[in-house]
Design a protein around this ligand. Structure first.
Ligand SMILES: N[C@@H](CCC(=O)N[C@@H](CS)C(=O)NCC(=O)O)C(=O)O
Length: 242
């Protein structure tokens, strides 16, 4: 009944796989290979006109955007909840999630894309790069700003500053309990996990070495049973081969 179009390496896909695993839902996997342009095929664009992963099908009905998908999963499959029932606490969770979507999620892209895409794009000619980006519904201008040689040091510094702000806010929030919203693991924790994992994979974990609550939160995150399921093989292989 549930089908997910996703990529192992994609942080947005990891977010959805964390919730699917947390809820112990069964789903059919359709792996999208960016290198083969699967996400830009006419069939895929019919489901997801943004040409990005993930895309969820539930009984054939399409749901797109990882944040929307996770709220949808909570609405339709409320067992093993990841959203507080109290509307006021849920509002706190959504405010975190909104911040995560606005600040750290975009901020992880410059260092992450420099590591992942630059080795691929450096093999292309300017014309090939132009032609590739021309087809992208959502990221044409973003990738052109990045260019074949990657984001500048100024862009990376800005990204790291935003990620540092996120870590400081986490450290503060975690004074009230083991999770971002106190006692319960919620969509706020889910939404931040892929960014923190990616930071670690990029060698940035020293940014929280002096933040004991963030360190402990990350240990708890990795110990949850949903983590190893969601982080399927290939999820952490940054490099042109994935
Ligand atoms: N807001 C979307 C963003 C999805 C997104 O950016 N997906 C990335 C992988 S994490 C992607 O498919 N990128 C393909 C590309 O940039 O060409 C969501 O959260 O689902």
């Amino acid at each position: 009944m549930l089908e997910l179009y996703h990529a192992p390496i994609s942080t947005c896909s990891q977010k959805v796989r964390l919730v699917l695993a947390e809820k112990q839902l069964t789903w059919t996997s359709h792996v999208i290979h960016f290198g083969s342009g699967d996400h830009l095929s006419p069939e895929y664009l019919k489901m997801n006109p943004n040409g990005v992963v993930p895309t969820l099908l539930d009984g054939g009905d399409v749901v797109i955007d990882s944040t929307v998908i996770n709220e949808y999963l909570e609405d339709v499959y409320p067992e093993r909840p990841v959203r507080p029932k109290d509307p006021k606490i849920a509002a706190r969770m959504r405010a975190w999630r909104q911040y995560i979507d606005e600040v750290p999620t975009p901020a992880i892209r410059p260092p992450s894309f420099n590591a992942y895409f630059v080795p691929i794009w450096s093999q292309m000619s300017d014309q090939q790069f132009f032609d590739y980006t021309e087809q992208l519904p959502l990221r044409k201008h973003f990738y052109r700003k990045m260019g074949r040689t990657g984001f500048s040091q100024a862009d990376i510094d800005e990204a790291l500053d935003k990620l540092n702000q996120t870590l400081q806010r986490m450290e503060q929030a975690l004074t009230d309990g083991p999770w971002l919203i106190g006692d319960h693991y919620t969509l706020a924790d889910v939404s931040l996990t892929p960014t923190i994992v990616r930071m670690e994979d990029l060698g940035l974990s020293t940014m929280w070495s002096e933040l004991p609550r963030v360190r402990d939160w990350y240990a708890r995150i990795q110990a949850r049973p949903n983590f190893s399921v969601a982080y399927m093989p290939g999820s952490r292989d940054l490099g042109p081969s994935c």
